[in-house]
Design a protein around this ligand. Sequence first.
Ligand code: GRF
Length: 203
Amino acid sequence: LRLGCLASGGGSNLQAIIDRCRDGSLAAEISVVISNKPDSGALQRARNAGIPALCIDHRNFPTREDFDRAVVAALLEAGVELIVLAGFMRLISDVFLDAFPGRIMNIHPALLPAFPGLHVQRKALEYGARVTGATVHFVDGGVDTGPIVIQAVVPILDDDTEESLSARILEQEHRIYPRAIELFAQGRLRIDGRRVRIEPPLP
Ligand code: GRF
């Protein structure tokens, strides 16, 4: 399965996927990594892994659609079959969704539908929630609203800080994102309206 990874930040989720492709436990290859941030750690990690790394800077485009068209063109050029958003801090326009229907995944550091949006680790902590977690979902036209593939739960501890909680969530992200991609690669995911059916079901 040919993957196109989009990231704006440090790229630890990207690294987890790179590692799993490398050790053969994920039957996929990353064909291209694209970032909108010239100095993102994700681009550096791609270069270190010998993976084609592109910076497509959204500031160089007059509209969101023009930026998305440039990104889509690069992804099509690389022949990718699944788009993996890994800390990509841009909203996906219809240009993107129309080019890759049912083929864009995202990871969110909370248990959707709880805590959509940004800084959600801190929001869960400040809310006084007892658990939170991570969600891998297909991307649809909304923000953090697409059909959910896998979720993982982590406890929120009394002495947690935003950092300690974020680190605990990230550990789970690095586990469930490659797993979700593996299920897609195995053809085991069926989007059925709002729900994703896994065939055969997970144990
Ligand atoms: C992760 O917390 C992910 O859930 C969110 O952005 C962060 C990306 O972290 N979408 P990294 O760049 O993969 O380390």
